[in-house]
Ligand binder design. Sequence first.
Ligand SMILES: NC(=O)c1ccc[n+]([C@@H]2O[C@H](COP(=O)([O-])OP(=O)(O)OC[C@H]3O[C@@H](n4cnc5c(N)ncnc54)[C@H](O)[C@@H]3O)[C@@H](O)[C@H]2O)c1
Length: 351
Amino acid sequence: MRIGLIGAGRIGAFHAGTLAAHPAVTELVVADADAARAGDVAARHHAAVLPVGELLAGRPDAVVIASATAAHAGLIAGAARAGVPAFCEKPVAVDLARTVAALDTVTRAGALLQIGFQRRFDAGYAAAREALRAGRVGRLHTVRTVSSDAVPPPAAYVPLSGGLYRDCLIHDFDMLRWVTGREITDVYATGADEGEDFFRAAGDVDTAAALLTLEGGVLATATATRYHAAGYDVRMELAGTADQLVVGIGPRAPLTSVEPEAGGGAGERPPAARWPGFLERFAPAYRAELDAFLRVVRGELPNPCEGREALRALLVAEACEVSRRERRPVAVAEVEAAARACTAELDGAVG
Ligand SMILES: NC(=O)c1ccc[n+]([C@@H]2O[C@H](COP(=O)([O-])OP(=O)(O)OC[C@H]3O[C@@H](n4cnc5c(N)ncnc54)[C@H](O)[C@@H]3O)[C@@H](O)[C@H]2O)c1
């Protein structure tokens, strides 16, 4: 397969390695707004370099979009119009109007779009989903999610990211939906900004918490921070009437128990062993999602994460932003109504 990669930054460079090593990929072409960056990544993987327009005009078998978030929607639409199947990193866009417009273009073109919610390919989340379906926790009543970055992203990333809810917690919202099989109906969110100035300058927060109500009265909390020097920490706890399941507690989780029987906090988990970041923690999942994408393109698998899945998670993130700004609980249906107003064609996109 001849595959194009658009965006050669942190995640794009990782995806380049996966694609170059994949047995189905015979040719890899890299594009980035920063030609030098595209050249560096291409050189490491014996790939070619082209400007974005030429890459799409050359009609590769598929493209992987890993550019800055602000460029996703235009690139998704461009790929759909060129008839090129696309995988795109989350989120589809920084706002609902652009998300809806991009998904509408995909629908109209009858194009293939898979979204990069890689946690769907993580062994722990998949096991929790199965166990829940098998009735292991009894009646699920409480879920707690944690997403903590060990260090903040580069300052230049933040204004283009869409903010902490759309950029980071969107993974937790997708997992709440995917693992429990329930939609999130209401949110109450807040955020704090005690870190570096560039978060405030971008209108973003560096730490956030959301209280979420899911269908069937399941209650959830989701927290995220950009400042967690203990290590990269992504977890989900699912508590029910019969049992409790935890995703993300393993030998590399950056947690120190201060209980005497656990060593009283005396470094039972050396800092070097802790997850440093998302690339290490989710490396197998990132590889698995692209392997799945190539199989979807070849018609061997159904699409594991369509555009409307990304839209549902984004609606929750949007509701959190409204809640934080206006300091009030927000029904996701309220934001969905605003999204429906974006286009008369939305019914198809929202699903
Ligand atoms: N799934 C995940 O866990 C995960 C993790 C990290 C990042 N991401 C997503 O991946 C995307 C990239 O994140 P990153 O951390 O690699 O960012 P980054 O800033 O390191 O890289 C972004 C790259 O996109 C390029 N770019 C910007 N506009 C472009 C355009 N119009 N055409 C071509 N290239 C363009 C930039 O030059 C840069 O090289 C973001 O949307 C982010 O949300 C997802």
